[in-house]
Ligand binder design. Sequence first.
Ligand SMILES: Cc1cc2nc3c(=O)[nH]c(=O)nc-3n(C[C@H](O)[C@H](O)[C@H](O)COP(=O)(O)OP(=O)(O)OC[C@H]3O[C@@H](n4cnc5c(N)ncnc54)[C@H](O)[C@@H]3O)c2cc1C
Length: 470
Amino acid sequence: MKKQLFHQFEELYKIVGEKNLLIKEEQMLDYSHDEFPDSRISQVPLAVVKPVNTHQVSEILKWANKANIPVTPRGGGTGLCGGCIPVPGGIVLSLEDMNHIIEIDCDNRMAVVEAGVRLMDFYEAVEKENLFFPPHPGDESATIGGVIATNAGGARAVKYGVVRNFVKGIEVVLPDGEIIQLGGKVLKNSTGYSLLHLMIGSEGTLGIVTKAILNLIPPPKAQMTLIAPFYDLENAIQVVPGLAKAGILPMAVEFIEVETIRVAEDFLKKKWPCQEGKAHLMIILDGTSDDEVLRVAEQIGILCGEFGVRDVFVADTPKKQREILEIRSNIYETIKKYVIEILDIVLPPSAIPGHVNTVHRLSRKHNMWLPTFGHAADGNVHTLPLRAHYLEGKWKEIPEFQWKEIYPRVRKALHDDARKRGGLVSGEHGIGLVKKEYLDGAVGSNVVGKMRLIKKVFDPNGVLNPGKIF
Ligand SMILES: Cc1cc2nc3c(=O)[nH]c(=O)nc-3n(C[C@H](O)[C@H](O)[C@H](O)COP(=O)(O)OP(=O)(O)OC[C@H]3O[C@@H](n4cnc5c(N)ncnc54)[C@H](O)[C@@H]3O)c2cc1C
């Protein structure tokens, strides 16, 4: 039996060897899904192949292209829209063993890394050299290849920008196995069309990233986290334009409703430092000195006061800051079991209050809890429709027939509302498998047509991550 199966993948076996070729279902279950909550979209691959170098990636793609076998690249599997889930009859190419930090070049402030390096390991290595890689998507098990393929964002994007702003070069293997180098250790680049930026955010549909050159910056010298409690979310978000007008650019401005924090507190058995109000802003400040950060914190305190905040909680030690972040980062984990989907709508920041009003209206109309939090200052709103209510410390599930009937209407209404306000479908997670139906409406079918033409140029046989984006 084993022999027969290996026969089917003889070429793969020759390329990566027995240890790095998985074909037993029980070994492949972990590769059948990502962090999207609904397991109905999972798919066990035909095989999982784990190359250890670029040459092997190239050989695998040459074989797949000839044999017409779909290949789906996979990094940490932390994606939230099914991007790394294979199509039936396809294989998964996992970059997990290509995880070397090749160089941290302090003279040029650039890191050269393999695509399978996990963020947590990368941050540690960069910190040791007293440098800083600002992008921080919430799950540090994500890999460099994955964050490049999704153009990930995270809380710090408001000040420092998204992953795209830090990728200066990549090595990519194209679907026919050709290896190309794009960009380099250069900060400026106007050398022809930017295929580098075309690859960033292409969700593994145009090429497989095998190496990356990432720009690093000096770390901030001082940091402070503030929690400002407001009577409602609308008021909380009104502070954001005020910050912009006052010339204040925090590292992160996150909004969270207290109802959601309570669930996380119960689950983690930890206390959020501030119990007042209904909606909180978590503002992270950084700067060149404690005095500078404190001055800005005082300005923010005055501004929040204009919107009814009496006291702003200040976390000025790394320990207090870590405790707050732990609760904030675990919100998804605590409600995951009942989350139907994580929406990732992005709006002009000033449109957030109006959109959040729509969220509340839909929640009341359909009696569905729609916890909403996100990156207030960059307009990225995560609404997590739930198939249960949390009442007096207990979950009460909505019958399946009921939420399945309600949810498509809620989902459509939220996307329609975002579009009317100048918003788009995804700010940072990508389109993947689950948001394809909204792409046309968001960017126009003529633009999607051009995207399809580009896909054809790179992947005429459609073997690389088919069924994603469109
Ligand atoms: C708790 C939690 C919090 C999160 N917070 C954030 C957040 O704040 N901001 C944010 O942006 N995201 C966030 N995410 C989503 C996720 O972490 C990001 O989308 C991340 O970029 C995915 O990286 P990955 O390595 O896990 O990729 P995977 O999930 O493995 O793959 C994602 C996509 O990239 C492709 N891909 C992977 N590796 C490569 C490669 N080497 N070459 C080409 N294509 C490749 C895959 O085919 C797939 O389409 C969060 C997820 C969780 C679970």
